[in-house]
Design a protein around this ligand. Structure first.
Ligand code: DAH
Length: 340
């Protein structure tokens, strides 16, 4: 019986090493270890052995069985690896297939317009200044000649954080902050892009929007400098045919003050729905810096003068691209954003 077991073991190992496929291995598993397998048959006959022989034969039978099992595992792994390599070789990598596209982001239209504005003023020798979005009552209003009970505060529906702290309603406070940081008497030429906040929400107003402030201070700066600068600017942004119009207005921090209109970008001035049939579009506020603003900022209003202006980036973007609802600028809808 011992001999028979050893022969089965030797046969099994030989056949296993010759097996070329996983199916072959499976057949051999059944042939030797299966319910009716050769080894199983022999082990069934062990009942007929004597009490002395049985443990010895039992041990040999177990050894043969585990040898066959071990070899089966090893061969299975080896054949699987061969099959995998063959599959890879057959499938290969088709280098002519188109790759998966890498999606590139684009600039938001508000960023495009802000950068265009910056580029224009950098070309005129301006630098870029910034200030905090959480501002004090002092810089947002008081220093700009808007004391606590001033009626003009009503125009800027303000988010207050405390009695003295607020979300800035415009970029004008950076006028004062910039002059304070400059050695008094030295010229200032800055633009200030930034976010501002007001309690407004409809098709043309958003509680957060973007402005660009401009400030130029020097000896003998006049209103004609303001006119020349803004006229050139409007033609740069809206095209060379654009006309500008200065309308007298009121802002507490400028004197005199003017609102600037451009000839309608849609109809060229003939009159249409966009310009309410006036031919003109209101674009920004401006004026000569009020002497009081110069003085609180440490400048001598007898020595220097200056002009300032403030514009809304959303409004300019909407006019430039013919967008009729401001809210679409903030919805992150790719169908809209991919057009720029
Ligand atoms: N700060 C004003 C606003 O947001 C706009 C403005 C008007 C800015 C006149 C100026 C200016 O610098 O001179 O309504």
């Amino acid at each position: 019986m011992e001999e028979k077991l050893r022969r089965i073991g030797a046969d099994a190992l030989r056949e296993l090493s010759n097996a070329g496929t996983l199916e072959d291995l499976n057949e051999l598993r059944v042939k030797y270890l299966g319910k009716k397998g050769e080894l199983t048959q022999v082990m069934r006959g062990m009942g007929a052995l004597s009490a002395e022989e049985r443990p010895l034969i039992g041990q040999i039978a177990n050894e043969v069985r585990s040898l066959i099992e071990k070899e089966l595992t090893t061969r299975t792994a080896a054949l699987k690896e061969v099959a995998r390599e063959q599959r890879l070789r057959e499938e290969g990598i088709d280098v002519t297939l188109p790759g998966s596209p890498l999606l590139r982001g684009g600039k938001h239209p508000l960023t495009i317009v802000t950068e265009e504005i910056q580029k224009f003023f950098l070309g005129l020798g301006y630098s870029i200044a910034e200030g905090p979005e959480i501002e004090t009552d002092y810089y947002n209003f008081e220093a700009l000649n808007l004391p606590k009970d001033h009626p003009a505060r009503d125009m800027q529906d303000t988010f207050f954080i405390s009695d003295d702290t607020l979300l800035r309603t415009h970029t004008s406070p950076v006028q004062v902050r910039t002059m304070e940081k400059t050695v008094p008497g030295l010229p200032v030429k800055v633009i200030v892009p930034g976010k501002v906040y007001r309690r407004d929400d409809d098709a043309t107003h958003s509680p957060m929007f973007n402005q660009v402030e401009g400030l130029a201070i020097d000896r003998r700066i006049t209103f004609s400098d303001l006119k020349g600068t803004l006229d050139l600017f409007m033609r740069d942004i809206f095209g060379p045919k654009t006309k500008t119009r200065f309308r007298p207005s009121y802002f507490p921090f400028t004197e005199p003050s003017a609102e600037v209109d451009i000839s309608c970008v849609m109809c060229g001035g003939k009159g249409c729905r966009v310009c309410s049939h006036t031919g003109w579009l209101e674009i920004l506020g401006s004026g000569m810096v009020h002497p009081r603003v110069l003085e609180v900022s440490g400048y001598n209003s007898e020595e220097v003068t200056g002009f300032a202006f403030g514009l809304g980036v959303e409004r300019i973007t909407m006019l430039k691209y013919g967008i009729d609802d401001l809210r679409i600028l903030f919805e992150n809808d790719l169908r809209f954003l991919q057009q720029f």
